[in-house]
Every structure is written in C-alpha cells, then in structure tokens.
Ligand binder design. Sequence first.
Ligand code: ARG
Length: 428
Amino acid sequence: MNAAETRTPHTRTASYEAEPSEVGRVLLLYSGGLDTSVMLKWIQDEYEAEVVALTINLGQPGEDYDVVKGKAIQLGAVAAEVVDAREEFATGYVVPAIKANAIYGLGYPLFTALGRPLIAKLAVEYARKHNCDTIAHGCTGKGNDQVRIEATVATLAPELKVIAPVRGWAMGRDEEIEYARKHNIPIKTHPTQGVETPPYSIDDNLWGRSSEGRWIEDIHRAPEDDVFQLVTRPEDAPDEPEVVEVEFERGVPVALNGERLGIVELLERAAEIGCRHGVGIVDHVEDRIVGLKVRDIYEVPAAAILLPAHAELERLVGTIHQNQFKPRIDQQWAYLVYAGLWWEPLRTDLDAYIEAVNAQVTGTIGLKLFKGHVRPVTRRSPNAVYDALLATFESGGALFHQQASPGFIELWSLQSRLAHRLRERSEG
Ligand code: ARG
C-alpha cells in the first residue's frame, strides 16, 4: 500500500475540521480496537502530531482498561487517560431516558445515542486539560455517531478542531490489518470470530449493546446465534418464569426485589436478570439521521425490564390527559437524542415537563420474565390514580353516580350523532 492510498483528502467542508498544518496535539477517543489503534499511529505519522489517548468506561462488559491504556502508550501516545464515567452516564443520561420512556423507532433504547454526547463532552474536557488543539474519533462517514460527537464538540468547544481519519482514509478492513501488522500494532482476536472473519461492528455500554455488519446487513436473513454475546437465546432460557420487582422514586429506579441499589449496580443487576431470561433482543431496521436505513441487532436486557416498568407506573399515576400527551413529548425527546442534538435547548425544555410528570412516579412494578418475554403483573403506588378512583366507587361513591352516565353519554356523543345524521342525509 503506498502512502497516497492512506492519505486523507483534506477538503474541509466545515469550519471545525482541522487544517493539517493546525494539528499539533490530538486528543484521540481511543477504544483499543483496530480502527482507533491504527489511528493512534497514523495520526502521529500523517500530521507529525502528538496524541493523547482517552478511553471512557461507560460499562462496556469485559473490557480490561489497563490493557487498553498500556497499548496506547506502546503505540506512542504521550499520555493515556481512562475515565470511569459509569455513574455520570447512568445518572445524567440513562435516568433521563428512563423518565422519557425513550425508544427510537420500534425498539431502540438509544444507549449509543446517549453515550456519545457524554463521550464527546469528556473529550472536550481532556483536550483542554492536555492542551490539545484537535479531537479525533473513529466514526465512519455513514453513521449517526459522527453527528453526535462533532455536534457536541462544535457546541461545547468552538475553539477545538476535529479530525475523523476513518471517514477520509482509503483503507478498508484488510488494509487496516496490513497497516497494523506493518507497524506492530497488536490486533485483538475475537474470542469466537477470530481475526480472519470480519467481526460485527459492536458498540456497548450499561444500557445495551448493538451489532452491525456482516449478514446483519442482509435483511432477508434471520439472526445467526453467534451475534448474541450477552443475552441467552430465549429457547435456552429457564423453563420457570421469574418475577422481578422494580421500585421507583420520582421516576428513578432505586431498588430491585426490595434491595436498594446504586444506579450503576441496579442497571447491571437488571441486565443480568434480563440476560438469564433471554429478554431484550431487538432486530431493528432503523432510519439513520444521515439518510440511510440500517439494520441493527440490539441486546438491551436492562432496558427491556426497566422501560416497561417505568411506563407502567407512569400510566398508573397519570390522568388520561397526561397519559395521552406524554408519549408525544417522549417521542420528540428520543428523536432529538437519536439525532445528535443532546445540547438543543428544546431537550431541556422537554426535560422540565418530563420531570414534572415524574415527580409522581413513585411505587413498585412487578414484571414476569419468561423465555424472552416481559410482562407487568403487579402494581403498587401511593400516587396511583387507580386506587383513588376505586375507593370513590366502592364507598358508594360521592363522586361517581352510575345514574349520571346516560346524561354524560347523551352529551358526549352529541357532535358525532349530529354529523353522522347529516352525512346519511346527504348520501341519500
Ligand atoms: N444504530 C445505532 C445508533 O445510531 C447504533 C450505532 C452503533 N454504533 C457503532 N459505532 N457501532 O445509535
């Protein structure tokens, strides 16, 4: 491979993209995988720049951060930082998503979309700390993640520039492997897939995991089992159902089966239970912001338990009018987050309403898990409008007279009846 093949065509289309001559010290968002490892070396060569590696722990299972850090230093990083951001992610991003019942499309709980603004915010913080002029990330030019990261950097740090080498270089996976071999970059072999098979493109954190690529792109094909690295196949899940009780205070999950837990541990525990019962597998064809449709296989065991529990409790404490209105707010919230506009003021405006509703969302929901299915089976809340109505009704009802119903029905149906009659007449 000659140098020209790997060179980025430096045509800037946005003001925040770096001119090569401006790049002196780069903060690289470093996962330790193939793309960002090749980038770590390539940036030093291409720009004659120093690289500071930043790795962020959002609860991706099975990651050894000492190894990742050691690899960054070995590849020439002048500094390598690892930040445990699980608590901030859970509190500041996942909890608001739970309060917003956040789902995009027909089942994507937005774990990646929620993680990116936090990752980019931390990149800005660490770029400033290390006097970097540029932030580099490993997103391609075809996905949503570039939008989320660059929109965040451009919003929070107008003084910083961005480079996205994968978007520009002409290397495919094979050329990257060749580059890695030539420059002694260690390549992780996947435990089951090996290095010869191109692996799925995976992104994961506390709130879920996505797989893309290979056969997944062929929407005619049903999922192959090797994609499920987290959740038990529903067929193999226990033959006995399990009921799990989730307690909420003001919209925040605080306990599982009566045991109070910190939010990170609660999310991890919920995921464990969900994995065991095969819940949270989502096979999703999705409208990306950048115009494409893409198919993702999601494994979202914690979300599959906590989102329905929250929604069930919220509906119990809300009036019919609140319950009809909230999903519209939730949908707008989810779309903004999906579309990379975490910092958009409308999101904060919506949060104010969402908070107001969630002030009542206190209580406990029991869910039955069985071979891939989750179903609310018990509900308890001091704010349940249900209980208040029942009491009114049972006590002989100062507030509910059955004899009043016919009068209500006559007025309630008035306009519909009149319109119906007019139409019948005009149709002869
Ligand atoms: N389709 C999802 C989204 O746009 C998941 C993206 C996963 N990202 C990745 N780099 N594999 O949020």
